[in-house]
Design a protein around this ligand. Sequence first.
Ligand code: BTN
Length: 258
Amino acid sequence: PGFSVEILASIDSTSSELMRRARAGQTAPTLLVAERQTAGRGRLGRQWHSAASVYEGTGMVPALTFSLGLPLSPRDWSGLSLAVGVAVAESLQPAVPAAGTDAPRIGLKWPNDLWLGEGRKLGGILVETATFTHAPQANAQARYVVVGIGLNVLPVRIEGVSPPPACLREVDSALTAPRALGQLGLPLVQTLLGFAEHGFAAFQARFGLRDVLAGHPVQLSTGRQGVAHGVDEEGALLVLTDAGMQRITSASISVRPQ
Ligand code: BTN
């Protein structure tokens, strides 16, 4: 499908905007980029910070924030945000680091964070879907999916956030927000279409290569503790606890390394 691309100087949230449009019946494939968000949203009702006042007036865009919306009808939705994480990490990580550099590896923290090194958040992914209210589709699985991605490009400091977030400049010193978008736009669309056809199975092993929790003790927001054992073919997190192997699928559970 063709995509329309819109670049805005400022908006509350690119994901909120595409969800509003979808609810109003506008469900064409759209890539919406904002140089600044005033109410960026993260998972579990959290905020996606735009703590970049130091860059105000410099013309520099400190973070890449955009959402991609399109109708999709996968056989199964589970694992979509993990597949997106794989696509983002692989398209931004230079296959061969420039000579003399030792670029840190982009890691994936289940279900949708991108990390650099020991627990420094590089970015996050927020997947939301809207049902077709205005133009019912023949396929009951069809939904308008909005994939929101936020990546720090330049160094930022956010009060109360420790360790300080990571940024793409640490991965590749030549990256800017437009370059990063150019690098990951097409792979992202291909990933969504590939996911619709083949599901998460094709991404499981690639997620495993970047899984930062695997083999580490973790604490679940339910109070349980255990050791992370990777993800299964549906993208569920496997955690070995006193009560045996738990399969975590719930989007409302958060997991942190101990
Ligand atoms: C998370 O860390 O929990 C997910 C963060 C997702 C942030 C992106 S920025 C573009 C899009 N618009 C939003 O309001 N959120 C996503």
